[in-house]
Design a binder for this molecule. Sequence first.
Ligand SMILES: Cc1ncc(COP(=O)(O)O)c(C=O)c1O
Length: 398
Amino acid sequence: MRTSKRSLAMQASPIRKLVPYANAAKARGTKVYHLNIGQPDIETPKVFMEAVRAADIDVLAYADSNGWEPLRESIAAYYQRMGLPYVTEDVIITNGGSEALQWALLIACDPGEEVLVPEPFYTNYRGFAAPYLVEISPITTYPENGFALPEKAVIESRITKKTRGILLSNPGNPAGVVYTAEEVRMVADIARENDLYIIADEVYREFCYDGKEATSFGTMTDVLDRIIIIDSVSKRFSACGARIGSLTSKNKEVMAAALKLGQARLCVPTLEMIGSKALYDLDPDYFAPIRARYEERRNILVDALQKMDGVLCETPGGAFYAVAKLPVDNAEKFAIWLLTDFELDGKTVMLAPVENFYQTPGMGVNEARVAYVLNSDDLKEAMRVLKAALEAYPGRTA
Ligand SMILES: Cc1ncc(COP(=O)(O)O)c(C=O)c1O
């Protein structure tokens, strides 16, 4: 039996495909510092499990396809606290931000149509687009200027008859870029003038450093009908395993299409929605100490990387990732070598090669994404190990 061309065309996640090498290293007794995956070590707020335990349910029935209404209300209230105009009817609950992203692409594009995406981008966008035969048309951004968006004319030159939208994450994964208010405005103008959707992935919204804030696309009131906001409890509340996200839009046709998709998969798990409501009801002050912890870690990581010979790493403004250009022939080969051939005092590190976070062939070959989701001591030790590894690597280039 054959499998379909589209299933064969899907990539294995570059974040996870090196896991067998890491498992083998661990089986040999090597400690592996996971800098490859955005799994925060921050404790999930206790209110989540408390709400789940307090749930008194006789029959664990199907929930509504658009989600448990009290959770939708709490998400709308969360947006309103930020000054965004969303109400309960504008919010539909999804299985993680991942499902919301798949739906947004499916709703915006027919097979063969495309979305513009600044690259490097969250690599799973490829996995979301490919099954629906949606093309990703990359807008290349560069480490040398902090992965800023190019000028309006450059972006517009990429628009074709097949272009249906712009998809971007802000703050961004993998480079931690936080777009300026002017960049957000520019994207809104491009969308309005060229009849495009904006799929705004804002799952890292609260994680901005140096006193900066991310401008939500929800503040672009003249284009609200074009905007689809993607959100998730995974990173915001360190609740990745809950698999609760949401798609939010003022566009009634988009919401009607999303509801049909929701009905086709029936519903999202009830207990996870009950726990997630308690998360969205948390006082906004919850974020300040978490942000401070991530900022401290970012500083440790970036200081260490910037001091390593031949490494280029711009200081990221948000999320919990940085992209580092490494003095190696190939970052994937280096990442595998770290797991198969290297250890320092019984320890090694796992990185995510960035090549597949780019759509343009040949880009990012010697770049790796480093997630700063470990505590400060582990991060310092991981950087000591990485420095020694770069010095010892046979494929070193500079
Ligand atoms: C930018 C971005 N969007 C969406 C997601 C998906 O998150 P989830 O499906 O866990 O909500 C991630 C996860 O890493 C991400 O980094």
